[in-house]
Design a protein around this ligand. Structure first.
Ligand code: HEM
Length: 366
């Protein structure tokens, strides 16, 4: 639960900001290199911007949470973490074979479903973008940034929208500050902060309603490297239910998404197709997360099935373990390197916030 703001917490936030400001150099050391071959271009002030974004979000967490109860800044409300298996197609086409995508490969997986809103106590009946963060275990090879708790994990993080509302740090914190306050008047500022396309995307993202986390489409939004050396290309991912849902569940309370997921998994497994969308040419940007790659020119090809078996996930122990996990697009082999400004910023922002929650809660995140 977020705590009320008072003068002392504001002073602490300011102090926290200046204390962390000494670490810009350590950010520079770990900040990802851009790959011009795949259309990446480092922004002039990008590292400084990522640094101040990480500081702003850290200050918000310190201001809003007491020690012992710190949560993720984004997607703090989980619907649950479920066990899953990830099975790559036996007949995988050669041009879609790289890294974890090997014909017939099988991985154990963990999936955390969430709401995007920074409000951890939010009502599922409100429109929102939903998250699907997946960890594949047992993936050999060096990681760009190994998950300290699962060094062999390859993460894939997706949301229920094919686009984002910003192309970098600009506008991210201002937007959430306005939306979270909920006052109507400052909402008029949003088009000036996000621009028209960003505003339209944000409006659509914040009005999404889904019947169940197991009955929604998810997208990587950002681009990723696929393959190595001169054979490397850029791709995006998406995950869609294998078939239309057979059952419907009641929208019967603020946590109905968790209940709908448990109700299905009491009796019926869930199935998703995981697809790859290959960038056909350089006109498809790897830096722009506001625009969508046109399916006509860059069709999605299913490469793997995700199966979520019947299970009881909604237990106190499993929910606590779920809270301790950390997903990061950089928990990845170089073959699947995250691309673009937003992804590069996520390298340092996610680690900063995850570490902060760990230190405030006095334990290790996984
Ligand atoms: C500037 C852009 C972004 C910023 C600043 C940002 C920030 C964050 C932060 C701070 C967290 C919590 C990390 C933790 O404590 O472990 C998070 C989680 C998450 N973000 Fe982002 N994010 C950005 C872009 C995106 C994009 C483009 C996607 C689209 C896939 C995305 C999807 C998610 C999801 C699904 C989670 C929850 C992961 C989990 O279940 O642990 N984010 N984000």
């Amino acid at each position: 639960m977020r705590k009320p703001i008072c003068c002392a917490t504001i002073l602490f936030a300011i102090w926290g900001h200046s204390a962390a400001a000494q670490d810009l150099e350590s950010f520079r050391k770990i900040y990802p290199q851009a790959d011009p071959f795949l259309g990446e271009q480092l922004g002039e002030t990008e590292i400084e911007d990522a640094f101040s974004l990480a500081n702003d979000l850290s200050n918000t967490i310190r201001r809003d949470y007491v020690n012992g109860s710190a949560r993720r800044d984004a997607h703090p409300k989980a619907h649950g973490c479920v066990r899953a298996s990830f099975s790559v197609r036996e007949d995988l086409p050669a041009e879609l074979t790289a890294g974890v995508f090997q014909p017939g490969a099988q991985y154990d997986a963990l999936i955390r479903f969430s709401n995007g809103s920074p409000n951890a106590a939010g009502d599922d009946r409100n429109g929102d973008t939903r998250g699907m963060a997946m960890k594949l275990y047992g993936v050999s090879g060096a990681k760009l940034f190994a998950d300290p708790a699962s060094p062999d994990a390859q993460d894939f993080i997706q949301i229920s929208s094919p686009y984002f509302f910003v192309n970098g740090s600009s506008g991210y914190t201002e937007f959430f500050a306005i939306v979270n306050k909920g006052d109507l008047l400052p909402m008029f500022k949003i088009p000036f902060i996000l621009g028209w396309q960003g505003t339209i995307n944000a409006a659509k993202m914040l009005s999404q309603k889904i019947p169940s986390p197991l009955d929604a489409n998810y997208f990587s939004v950002t681009a990723y490297q696929f393959g190595d050396g001169d054979a490397r290309v850029a791709v995006k991912y998406n995950t869609k239910p294998c078939a239309a849902a057979e059952q419907t569940y009641p929208v019967n309370g603020p946590n109905y998404l968790r209940h709908a997921m448990q109700a299905q998994l009491n009796t019926t497994p869930a199935c998703f197709d995981f697809s790859i969308q290959k960038r056909p040419d350089d006109s498809f940007s790897t830096e722009d997360t506001i625009s969508v790659w046109d399916e006509e020119k860059a069709p999605s090809v299913p490469v793997a099935k995700i199966t979520i078996p019947v299970q009881e996930f909604d237990t106190a122990a499993q929910n606590a373990a779920c809270e301790q996990t950390s997903f990061n697009p950089w928990h990845s082999n170089a073959t699947h390197k995250p691309l673009g400004t937003v992804n590069r910023m996520r390298r340092v922002v996610y680690e900063t916030i995850s570490e902060l929650r760990k230190s405030m809660n006095g334990g290790a995140t996984q």
